[in-house]
Design a protein around this ligand. Structure first.
Ligand code: SAH
Ligand code: SF4
Ligand code: F3S
Length: 475
């Protein structure tokens, strides 16, 4: 949270800052895309309360920190940010100007009251299931109360949060997130998510379609469906049958204006046949799949409670590649889970070689309070974790680089997202989510154009426009 600085600039507007319709909120987001989505929904619900969004803490009357609890380092960021905010609040008090500080997200859910005990600067703690109660909670804060709202509410928060507003969505661009599922019942032994987000809940089909149509109307061309276990989504379809994520994707593909679909994050155990067939049948379902395996040793996978073997995973990848030959994979890996031997770690390197990834996230195991992993024996020394992580990352970078290079000379559809730095340059996304810098004859934001790749960076591609009709009919 480097952008919350401790210096306080006197603000000309500070005299009017407490007027209801001139209040400003700064939301700082850590963690996964679901937090990004939630932050947006919170901002929308606060707009109805007279708060307009701002990009700096200094400018804000209310600072909300949307936190992540997944690894120790992620949680630590909260307390260093709160230290800086305390100084800011003290400086403001001298000028008679208020600052309200709220903590949301997964640390809020996991630590609740402890946050207010440890950090007196905090006025409000609100867990991910209670964001729709934010306006009431703030009203209580204004009455002088310190509020902690971390119950799992029985009502559906999405039902009560405002849907994305058209004008705001447009300014957010041509891609959008849409949360379809939340929570997790898998209880991997290293993971806090089932405790911070609660058990699996799927949003109903009608609610999802309504939001997707609204986004399409506002000019969104690419939708990314979100969920902690997005492919565990299920619901009753318009045909009265029980749908899984595959059926939902077929239905979303019919919405006019939507040209690309993605979903994240999936669990290997929930990749059912219909979902695999959707990859075969829907060209607009992008050929890029994030499917974490975490480790390559069956012994470790069992201890992690992943409920599949390395061979199950490799077989599944084979089936997905049969359905869609140009699909590229990304994954998550953990090194140094308790009990991981050199041999177990070698099995992780082996599964990476067997599968071949286009991108990946890899982490040192971080013991999380309250999870079974934290209480296991044989914790791996930090130095060993470091060394394993380096070796794994070297292999993964090699694969990522090879994937990038394999695209040179190829043509592909690119969705234009914004203007580039140089005049005439545009920046878009490849089907595999890489940023593509298009050097000449870019096109308009929101267009999907055919681009030939001429060179690559570590994560990005550079291309030129091919002057022929693309698969979606734009030129
Ligand atoms: N729902 C997703 C992952 C959510 S968390 C899934 O099941 O795959 C994102 C990633 O953080 C995980 O895939 C895992 O690789 C990593 N992670 C989670 N808990 C961790 C921990 N205690 N230590 C290190 N990495 C962890
Ligand atoms: Fe965590 Fe496992 Fe659930 Fe993913 S599936 S959120 S890693 S418990
Ligand atoms: Fe972090 Fe919570 Fe997402 S712990 S990864 S913000 S679900």
């Amino acid at each position: 949270m480097d952008d919350i600085s401790i210096t306080h600039k006197p603000d000309e507007a500070s005299g009017t800052a407490s007027l209801a319709n001139t209040r400003k909120v700064y939301v700082k987001t850590y963690g996964c895309q679901m937090n990004v989505y939630d932050s947006q929904r919170m901002t929308d619900s606060l707009a109805a309360e007279g708060y307009s969004p701002t990009d700096t803490a200094e400018d804000a009357d209310l600072v909300l920190i949307n936190t992540c609890h997944i690894r120790e380092k992620a949680s630590e960021k909260l307390y260093s940010a709160l230290g800086r905010l305390r100084k800011m609040k003290d400086a403001r008090a001298k000028e008679g100007r208020e600052l309200t500080v709220g903590v949301a997200g997964c640390v809020a859910q996991a630590e609740g009251d402890e946050i207010t005990r440890r950090a007196p600067v905090v006025d409000l703690v609100v867990g991910p299931q209670t964001y729709h109660r934010l306006p009431q909670a703030l009203a209580r804060v204004r009455q002088g109360e310190r509020v902690v709202e971390t119950e799992y509410a029985i009502e559906d928060k999405f039902e009560h949060l405002p849907a994305p507003r058209k004008e705001q969505t447009r300014s957010r661009g041509v891609t959008a997130f849409l949360t379809v599922q939340e929570g997790c019942d898998k209880f991997c032994t290293f993971c806090v998510v089932p405790y911070t987000r609660g058990s699996e809940v799927s949003r109903p089909v009608a609610q999802i379609l309504k939001e997707a149509e609204k986004l399409a109307d506002a000019g969104v061309r690419e939708l990314t469906l979100l969920g902690q276990n997005v492919n565990a989504w299920h619901g009753q379809g318009a045909d009265g049958r029980e749908w899984g994520l595959g059926e939902l994707l077929y239905r979303l593909a019919d919405i006019p204006g939507i040209a690309r679909l993605r979903y994240v994050t999936s669990h290997p155990r929930d990749m059912d046949d219909t979902l695999i067939h959707a990859h075969r049948d829907l060209p607009m379902l992008m050929p890029y799949l994030h499917l974490p395996v975490q480790a390559g040793s069956d012994r470790i996978l069992k201890a992690m409670n992943r409920k599949h073997t390395a061979a199950d995973y490799v077989r599944l990848i084979d089936r997905i590649r049969e359905a869609r030959s140009d699909i590229a994979l990304s994954g998550d890996f953990i090194v140094g889970f308790p009990g991981e031997t050199d041999e177990d770690f070698e099995a992780t390197l082996q599964i990476v070689r067997d599968v071949t990834y286009a991108a990946a996230y890899s982490f040192k195991y971080s013991p999380r309070p309250g999870t079974p992993g934290a209480d296991m024996d044989d914790h791996v020394p930090e130095a060993v974790k470091d060394e394993r992580l380096q070796r794994l990352q070297a292999l993964l970078s090699e694969q990522q680089y090879a994937f990038q290079r394999s695209l040179i000379g190829k043509t592909m559809d690119v969705l234009i997202e914004k203007a580039g730095r140089e005049p005439g340059q545009m920046v878009g996304r490849s089907p595999w989510l890489q940023p593509v810098i298009i050097d000449v004859h870019g096109g308009e934001i929101g267009d999907i154009i055919n681009v030939r790749i001429i060179s690559t960076g570590t994560n990005s591609l550079v291309g030129v426009r091919e002057m022929e009709t693309t698969s979606d009919g734009t030129i």
